[in-house]
Design a binder for this molecule. Structure first.
Ligand SMILES: Nc1ncnc2c1ncn2[C@@H]1O[C@H](COP(=O)(O)OP(=O)(O)O)[C@@H](O)[C@H]1O
Ligand SMILES: [Mg+2]
Length: 316
């Protein structure tokens, strides 16, 4: 018999967002290849991964926007496939692509959106104006969508997602393409929502964002979660004690590789750049150091963790 999964009565004891072996296929393409996720109440959980990792596909299934191919998902204890309407009422969703009505003004877009949640019109107006203020768009309420900059549209997407005062906010690359100032404004607002108890699930390709905002991170690559933990834990576990950056000499390439291997080092190559992950214990031997032309030695970052786990950088 199939396991019926958690019922709403048990919701208080389970994760706010949970998936079990969730899969998304598009024909031959497997976008999400069996992901188990547990987002706890009040935390900020990040999905960090490069383009095509499956972040959006996963988010869309969890928010009942696109059908689940296999596996299951629950939001606030409710099965996503069975209760899509109820789930949408609980959630605020910031999609990766803006989907405003271009013919309506900024304010009208929020008011029309509020109708999906049966929010009385005076209350909807109050919230809309408050949210516009919050995201520094108050002066733009009468503007048409096409008159807004990219940064304004992203802020408006978040303002709109908050119209139903959701306890769970899901954001797909909330700050992509934003200038640094606007990015910081958004980070600040997301942080204060978290302080007020909102659970956040966000996707990002931005390591800084992941480190600033997220209590826990899942690193995604090719439809799978390849590592999970707090930013600190991930760096400690996969970054090692320090990173040695060196140039890989074309003549001695094979020799250097063989020597690194013999001495038990883990390394990654990007073009002629060499990143050696130094674990606790003895460092590089002196002859090897001399051969390597070391550029620098530094503390590991999330970027190194990512490189180690996926063999690629996030920007590729
Ligand atoms: N509607 C779709 N039809 C076909 N393939 C898709 C569709 N959406 C996404 N994909 C593919 O699924 C994979 C994961 O994409 P996506 O979930 O958008 O990743 P991410 O958000 O991490 O960039 C990619 O290979 C992408 O091309
Ligand atoms: Mg995406």
């Amino acid at each position: 018999m199939q396991n019926p999964g958690p019922d709403p009565g048990r919701y208080k004891h389970m994760a706010v967002i949970e998936t079990r072996d969730i899969v998304k296929r598009f024909g031959e393409i497997t976008a999400v290849a069996g992901v188990n996720l547990e987002v706890e109440s009040g935390e900020c959980f990040g999905l960090l991964g490069p383009n095509g990792a499956g972040k959006t596909s996963l988010i869309k299934m969890v928010t009942a926007v696109s059908p689940i191919t296999a596996g299951r998902a629950w939001v606030a204890g409710m099965d996503v496939t069975r209760k899509p309407r109820e789930i949408k009422a609980h959630l605020g969703v910031v999609p990766q692509e803006e989907n405003f009505d271009p013919d309506f003004s900024v304010l009208k877009n929020l008011l029309v959106f509020a109708r999906y949640f049966d929010i009385p019109s005076t209350e909807a107006r109050r919230r809309a104006l408050e949210n516009l203020q919050l995201f520094e768009l108050a002066g733009r309420q009468k503007a048409r969508i096409r008159e807004l900059s990219g940064g304004m549209k992203r802020r408006l997407l978040i303002a709109r997602a908050l119209i139903n005062q959701p306890r769970i906010l899901v954001l797909d690359e909330p700050t992509v393409g934003l200038d640094p100032q606007t990015k910081h404004l958004v980070w600040q607002k997301l942080n204060s929502l978290k302080e007020q108890g909102t659970t956040l699930l966000l996707t990002t390709q931005n390591m800084g964002e992941a480190a600033v905002l997220c209590d826990r991170l899942a690193i995604m690559n090719e439809g799978r979660i390849v590592a999970l933990g707090s930013p600190k834990e991930l760096v400690a576990e996969y970054g090692g004690k320090q990173i040695i950056e060196a140039k890989l000499d074309s003549v001695e390439r094979d020799l250097i590789r063989a020597e690194l291997k013999k001495q038990g080092f883990y390394w990654q190559e990007l073009g002629d750049a060499l990143y050696i992950f130094q674990p606790d214990g003895p460092g590089l031997s002196e002859p090897l150091k001399e051969h390597l032309g070391v550029v620098c030695q530094r503390v590991p970052t999330m970027e190194d963790v990512f490189l180690r786990l996926t063999g690629r950088t996030l920007q590729e």
